[in-house]
Each structure stands twice: as structure tokens, then as C-alpha cells.
Write a protein that binds this ligand. Structure first.
Ligand code: HGY
Ligand code: MN
Ligand code: MN
Length: 395
């Protein structure tokens, strides 16, 4: 099935009719539908399908020579942020199938296995930790902590895995699977405005993390409670949001507060508590750490208790230069650029040689419905990925 057909098949899955964004949260119906799509595409090509204990999917194009290790793996993720764009994640997975199709049409027979991966819960939109599936595979998160993560309705990762027929007791690092992977190359839509030609390569991912702030005050009546008697957590939250921008400007980082839960959430009730999440990223670790500390210091209000918990943090990722340079050479030279976006490739980079290809995004917008890549640029990305896979999977 050509790129366009696969793209058209996925496009409507989990798309909100009103705002056009996607809500493909891990192990919810739209994302399960995307998983089924992946399995159909893999089986339709006669690939061996593997679902690891962590819920990551792999489709294997195995060579005739019986070699089963040193695989070249490509792919990305199928889940989205709330109201996300169509390209972040799926472009890498659809392009992987399309690139392998090109190689097969051209009579290429790989000397090493080529794997296509779809990692679970990359956005962390449901359970709060980004790249959960690849972190578990790579041993970058404690399995017990992961099992206990819950979504807004109190459903745990363990429940979600069990609901999908997996044994939550088996999640965690998979040394056998990692041992079979020789390298990982992820194609991804570029998420800023830096790429001005169809295809580029990644040099690094900046340090980035997310922190949960909890503000505990006292719920009370909006009309009968004197200002002097209030312990309003919303005021501490408001200071947190404004402090995030100030601290980011001071420290040369970026900081975002995009998610907040107010309890109980009544128009005429002073909240009893507020939970809010800070996402901060920047060129160096200590600038990010300073940003979070300054926000923590500023997010205050008399009578309101403030607590902060780090939910995930990824130090700077410098992709494998030999792999990157080999990829750039095979492509005849493409721009090499850093990114402020996290990726499964950034997590796997700690275990296997990893590289990334970017496809131009003319809007420069991501994590929103207007995220976009031109069809010609998507096809250029497929050609580039096919070239890289052919080069890397040579016997
Ligand atoms: O948050 C990120 O940068 C990625 O999209 N998970
Ligand atoms: Mn994303
Ligand atoms: Mn992504």
C-alpha cells in the first residue's frame, strides 16, 4: 500500500471533528485502532510481528540468510498529545513501511533484519511520563513506578497493559530485544521552523523535563469568604505561570504550563487544590534546573502548601555521530540540526546507536492541529529513509 493510501487510512483515526486535532492516548480506542492498523500493515507484508512486554510493537523484515541480530530498526510512535497534529509520530511509522516497500519493489534484499517499531505512550499524555514504552524497554524507568502510574480516571499502566492482554509483572528492560538491535533511525516531522529543505538530520535533543506542582489550600464559598480568610491555591498557581515565563527569559530556557487540574472546579467555589505541570527545556541542564527552582520559589501564597515532583527528565542527547555522518553521506549531504523535542530515539540512544531524520514542517507548528508536512516532502522523507535503510542493512 503506497504512502498516500496508508496515510489516508490513519488520518481519520482519533481526529476531533471540531478542532481537527488528535486524541490518540495510549491504550484508548483511537490508539488501539492505530495499533491494529500497524499489525495489519505488518502482516499484509508477511513481516513477523512482535509485541514486547512493554506494549511496544515491532514488525520484522527478516533476511533470507537467517541473520536475526544486528537489526536496523526504524519507526516512531502512534500516540498523540491532546489535540495533537497528524504527523508527530505517525509520519515516522508510515514512512517506515513505505520505505521498506520501496526497497522490496527495487529488489533489495537486506543482509540484516529491518525492524519497524511503534513505541508506546511516547507523549506521556495519558500516564504522565514521556517515552514510557521506550524507557521501559531501555531500562530508563523503574518498572514498579511505571506500573503504578495512573491516568486522570485512576486507571493504572498495569490496568491498561492487562486490558491489552499483557502481563504488567513482566514490564521492564528487554536485554534480548535490545541485543538484537544494531541501530535505530527515527524519521520525524520537524517541530520548529529550522529545516528549510525537505529532509534533515538530528544532531541532538536539548535537556528537557516535566514537573508536577501541587497547591493545597482551603475550599470555600466564593461569596461569603473574606479575602483575608482565604487560602486560595489558584493565586499560587497564577504566580507559577507568570514565574515560568520570567525564569525562562532569565535563564535562556523555555517553560510551559499547559495542563492544570482545579479541584473541585466550581465557578462559585474557592478551589481546595490545584495541580499544574511545568515543562521546561534548554541548552544546558543547570539552566533548566534553575528555571524550575525559580518557579518553585515564586509559586507561593499564604496558607497554601506547595509541593513539586519531577515526573520525567532527559539530559542532553547527542546522537551517534558515526551513524549520523554515515546517514548524511548516504543522502549526499543534508542539514544537521538540534531539536527541542523529545523522542523515543532520545531514550534508545543510551542503549543502541541512534539517529534521526527530520521532514520539513512549513508551519513550524507541532502538538497542534496545524502541524503539517507537504506531500512531496513526506515522499522525500520516505526516499531518504529507504536510502539509509538500504545502506545500513547491507549484508
Ligand atoms: O514533548 C516532546 O518533546 C515530545 O513530543 N514527546
Ligand atoms: Mn510530540
Ligand atoms: Mn513525536
Amino acid at each position: 500500500m503506497a504512502f498516500e493510501d496508508m496515510w489516508a487510512a490513519l488520518l481519520p483515526v482519533g481526529r476531533d471533528r471540531e478542532h481537527g486535532g488528535y486524541d490518540r492516548f495510549a491504550w484508548t480506542p483511537p490508539e488501539l485502532e492505530c495499533r491494529d492498523w500497524f499489525l495489519d500493515e505488518a502482516r499484509g507484508r508477511g513481516f513477523t510481528v512482535e509485541r514486547d512486554a512493554n506494549g511496544n510493537l515491532f514488525a520484522w523484515w527478516l533476511p533470507d540468510n537467517g541473520v536475526r541480530e544486528d537489526a536496523v530498526v526504524t519507526g516512531s510512535h502512534l500516540d498523540s498529545v491532546p489535540g495533537g497534529g497528524a504527523f508527530d509520530g505517525p509520519l515516522g511509522v508510515v514512512s517506515a513501511f513505505a520505505a521498506v516497500d520501496l526497497l522490496r519493489e527495487r529488489g533489495v534484499r537486506p543482509g540484516r533484519p529491518i525492524g519497524i517499531a511503534a513505541f508506546a505512550e511516547e507523549e506521556g499524555a495519558r500516564f504522565g511520563v514521556a517515552c514510557l514504552g521506550s524507557r521501559l524497554l531501555a531500562g530508563a524507568i523503574d518498572p514498579a513506578r511505571a506500573r503504578g502510574l495512573t491516568d486522570r480516571d485512576g486507571v493504572s499502566v498495569a490496568d491498561a497493559l492487562a486490558g491489552d492482554g499483557l502481563d504488567p509483572g513482566r514490564i521492564g528492560p528487554d536485554e534480548d530485544l535490545l541485543g538484537r538491535i544494531g541501530c535505530y533511525v527515527e524519521l520525524h516531522v520537524e517541530q520548529g521552523r529550522a529545516l528549510t529543505v525537505p529532509v534533515g538530520a538530528a544532531s541532538s535533543i536539548v535537556p528537557h523535563g516535566r514537573w508536577r506542582f501541587d497547591f493545597a489550600g482551603e475550599g470555600n464559598h466564593a461569596g461569603t469568604t473574606l479575602l483575608a480568610d482565604r487560602r486560595d491555591p489558584m493565586l499560587a498557581f497564577a504566580r507559577m505561570v507568570l514565574a515560568a515565563r520570567d525564569a525562562a527569559e532569565r535563564n535562556g530556557t523555555v517553560a510551559t504550563v499547559g495542563k492544570v487540574h482545579v479541584t473541585p472546579g466550581g465557578v462559585n467555589a474557592i478551589p481546595s487544590s490545584v495541580a499544574a505541570w511545568l515543562d521546561s527545556r534548554g541548552p544546558v541542564d543547570d539552566a533548566v534546573r534553575r528555571t524550575v527552582e525559580e518557579v518553585h520559589r515564586a509559586a507561593r501564597e499564604d496558607g497554601v502548601e506547595v509541593s513539586v515532583a519531577e515526573e520525567s527528565y532527559t539530559e542532553v542527547v547527542d546522537f551517534d555521530t558515526a551513524l549520523r555522518d554515515r546517514m548524511v553521506e548516504a543522502l549526499g549531504g543534508v542539514p544537521v540540526l538540534p531539536t527541542g523535542a523529545g523522542h523515543d530515539a532520545g531514550i534508545l540512544a543510551s542503549r543502541v546507536p541512534t539517529a534521526m531524520l527530520f521532514v520539513r514542517n512549513p508551519t513550524g507548528v507541532s502538538h497542534a492541529p496545524s502541524e503539517y508536512a507537504e506531500p512531496d516532502d513526506c515522499l522525500a522523507g520516505v526516499e531518504a529513509l529507504a536510502t539509509v535503510l538500504k545502506d545500513l542493512a547491507r549484508g
